[in-house]
Design a protein around this ligand. Sequence first.
Ligand code: ASP
Length: 420
Amino acid sequence: MEYKPGQEWYKRLHWQVFIAMVVGIGIGFAPFGPFFAEHFGWLGTLFMRLLRMIIVPLVITSIISGVASAGGGHVVGRMFGKTLTYYLVSSFLAALTGLMLFNIFNPGRGYPVTDTGAEPPELATPDSLIELVYTVVPSNFFEAASAGDMLMIIFFCIVFGVAVTTLPEDPRTRITGLIDALFKAMMALTTGIIKLLPIGVFGLMVTLVDATGVGAFGNLAKYVAALGTGLGIHFFITLPLLLYFWARVSPWKHAMNMREPLLVAFSTSSSAATLPVTMTTVRQKVGVSNRVSSFTLPMGATVNMDGTAVMECVGALFIAQALGADIGFMTQVVVVFTALLASIGAAAVPSAGLVVIFIILGAIGIGDNPEAMLIVAAMLSIDRPLDMCRTAVNVYSDSCGAAVVGRWEGEEGIDAEIRG
Ligand code: ASP
């Protein structure tokens, strides 16, 4: 979403969504609520279909363009390894933080799902580690893509992206040029669909209130608390520790140098929209070389989303728990692992994190559960402020990554002082 300072408040998407939510809830509670739910609930369903429609092409183009942008050659290969190490470690820690907070808050316990007399769903989890690997490696990519099997799609795209980086310049730039263009088109489409959010949220809210009543909001508050605490821990503890130990720079100076991109991330809810500000700031104020920052940041904006990883983990487990499913150890392993992949697959535009939550729901076998849809709908209605915070965390992790890789490449002077 474009960031337009000074735009009238009612033209801003988050206000529109907020108003749609309040109106939807109000109407849902009114005596004519059920009438509205019956006649306008389809707006919500249609919106959810549009979101799900874009997942597969969005994830494919996002990952291949992110990974393949690494370029070719020996030096690039080395930087690629370092960058990927930082991304994987930081996102994995983020997902683990999400898991811990879920277990502390248990936000889904006592969620008032409609009593249809149905048994709580059995979660599909692999019995062993090798089975887990089988759920990720496709035997036929096209079959996986048409079935929307996200884990397999993501796996293929990552290895394909890496293969592209090994090609000679001519075929490599031709492939990356095409995929980049497709990715931009998918981002434009996603942004367009997200603009319909107020209408979708209205339809979803009317249905939600009709189906579950007010009780659901207590659980949502717990979900917000768990997620907010997780994002706070990652931002204020984990990332500063990584910065300190890996880059040997002062987390305070780094945060102060990064003020502007953090504010832009917060107000746009889009790492992609923030990227130009992030790149300029990391070069000029943080003091990372052009070589490292132009390599790590664009890829980071697309694939390194720590805030989103926290949210995927808390969110998916919240939904499973709300449905009354039994959440065992293996389920938690699958969720952490898929939350990591989902955060890699999420596009850097507003609310993309909630779009890809279906990857995890699919992996644990509740992707098509109608009650799960309703809960995702409820989460969507309150997603904007959470999205603002997790986008700031996403961008912050990217800049920490640039500082760490810069340091690993032997650069001096990173965050040497706070630069106005
Ligand atoms: N809005 C986030 C970003 O652009 C992605 C998300 O929805 O989690 O970084």
